[in-house]
Write a protein that binds this ligand. Structure first.
Ligand code: GCO
Length: 471
């Protein structure tokens, strides 16, 4: 067994999101979000009650403290702050987050705040078509300004968007997420992504000009990506095709958002393959975007092998292919190795993919403020409390991924923090409460919280600032 030590100032924590845990959907002057509407119409469950965190935040913060956790990433519900997405702040909504932030600080826990984790005010969807409407860009800027003004004296790390890939692909392409829009040719996907990027840049500009000089915090974005491993082939030309396809898959996941932010424009490969469906930035917008993230927030869950879609005859070796990218633009097919362990989401467990992805991010972007892993974790089938508290699968998963992250750091990846998804079992979007990601068990009948073995694992990692790796 080898002990892998982390740098002294490494940031450990857990993450959650407003709609997934808060509940209290009609309290405190909160407006409706697109997830209230969508979950009622199209999901097995809603977030009406969720973990009832709105009423139980003090208990939850105490539990975090008792586990020795020192950092907590949560998101602000936009419709609690602006019930219709525009206009002055709703005092009750602001008061809730004041109380939560103060409670965290009083318990020695540093807050990291996401502004947008998918709960868009319904009024912005109804009036402007959500992220398809350019009007949502100034609305987000206004909302961000209210948050910086209210909370920026105590919040020193901001994330504008969580996983805009999901907002755009699942929300405006496949229709699996709110608002449930679809787009056969992907035009809506790229348009909504464009607006997310412009909204991100506008919010960062406001922070840097109006708040950062006095508040001295950092601001960035959180993106999600699987690692895409090219399928090997003895024919050099086919192997090269697979390599290019795997690279395209990563560009369509990460480069789509990270290239404009670190390089000033979309990847050339996207421009070439998407044509006019991918909107263009003005010179002024490029300037605003380039450098608009002090660090890279990365959410990572799984890996796939990828083959060039043209070489279809290899698929049979690998079982059922998962979705071949979206809208064919990537011309790559993601494949799952039959020998890989799978989580309760069906996602493959591949720690070495995490190591490769971190090094890819470091090579392509070298973010000045480093990389923060803002989510990593797994769903485990835990039908009973007894099963839940012995979550050895999750302990092994987290330990393996954290060890892989350490290997990436040894090879030069500038990783500064790691947040386990999630602190609590919670509302897993279109899958409702059926998927459990928490290191703390939630009994949805009684709202009882029970730390799992993985919570004790994280406690000991935080306390020792190290993980053990069996070599
Ligand atoms: C995400 C998410 C979480 C999910 C998690 C598991 O950003 O995708 O932040 O909300 O619950 O990823 O699917």
């Amino acid at each position: 067994v080898t002990t892998l030590k982390f740098p002294a100032d490494f940031v450990w924590g857990t993450a959650t999101a407003s709609y997934q845990i808060e509940g209290a959907w009609d309290e405190g002057g909160r407006g409706l979000s697109i997830w209230d509407t969508f979950s009622r119409a199209s999901c097995p469950d809603t977030g009406d009650v969720a973990c009832d965190h709105f009423h139980r935040y003090q208990e939850d913060v105490k539990l975090m403290q008792s586990l020795g956790l020192k950092n907590y990433r949560f998101s602000i519900s936009w419709p609690r702050i602006q019930p219709t997405g525009r206009g002055p702040a709703n005092a009750e909504g602001v008061a809730f987050y004041h109380a939560l932030i103060d409670c965290l600080l009083a318990h020695g826990i540093t807050p990291l705040v996401t502004l947008y984790h998918w709960d868009l005010p319904q009024a912005l969807e109804t009036e402007h078509g959500g992220w398809l409407g350019r009007e949502v860009v100034p609305a987000f800027e206004e909302y961000a300004r209210l948050c910086f003004a209210a909370f920026g004296d105590r919040v020193k790390t901001w994330l504008t968007f969580n996983e805009p890939w999901c907002t755009c692909v699942l929300g405006y392409g496949t229709g699996e997420h709110a608002p449930g829009a679809t787009s056969a040719d992907g035009a809506k996907v790229y348009l909504s992504g464009h607006h997310c990027l412009l909204a991100h840049a506008a919010a960062v500009d406001v922070y840097r000009r109006e708040f950062q000089p006095a508040q001295r915090g950092a601001i960035g974005i959180t993106l999600n990506a699987n690692w895409n491993e090219p399928l090997a082939h003895s024919d050099v030309a086919i192997a090269a095709n697979h390599r290019d396809a795997a690279e395209r898959m990563t560009l369509w996941a990460l480069g789509w958002f990270a290239d404009p932010i670190w390089k000033g424009d979309y990847p050339e490969e996207m421009r070439a393959r998407c044509g006019p469906r991918l909107p263009s930035f003005t010179e002024e917008e490029k300037v605003l975007l380039k450098g608009s993230s002090d660090f890279l927030g990365l959410n990572h869950y799984s890996s796939d092998f990828v083959q060039d879609s043209g070489d279809g005859d290899f698929i049979s070796h690998w079982g059922k292919p998962s979705k071949g990218g979206y809208f064919g633009d990537q011309h790559g097919t993601a494949l799952t190795h039959p020998a890989w362990a799978r989580t309760d989401m069906g996602w493959s467990v591949v720690p070495w993919g995490f190591e490769k992805l971190l090094l890819w991010c470091q090579r392509r972007y070298s973010p000045a403020g480093g990389i923060y892993v803002t989510e990593n974790g797994c769903a485990v089938a835990e039908p009973t409390k007894e099963a839940a508290i012995k979550d050895d699968f999750r302990v092994a998963f987290l330990n393996g991924y954290v060890a892989a992250m350490h290997q990436a750091m040894e090879q030069g990846a500038d990783v500064r923090g790691y947040f386990a998804w999630s602190f609590l079992d919670n509302f897993e979007w279109s899958l409702g409460y059926s998927k459990r990601f928490g290191i703390v068990r939630v009994d949805y009948d009684t709202q009882e919280r029970t730390p799992k073995a993985s919570a004790r694992w994280l406690s000991s990692v935080v306390a020792s600032n190290a993980v053990q790796l069996a070599r």
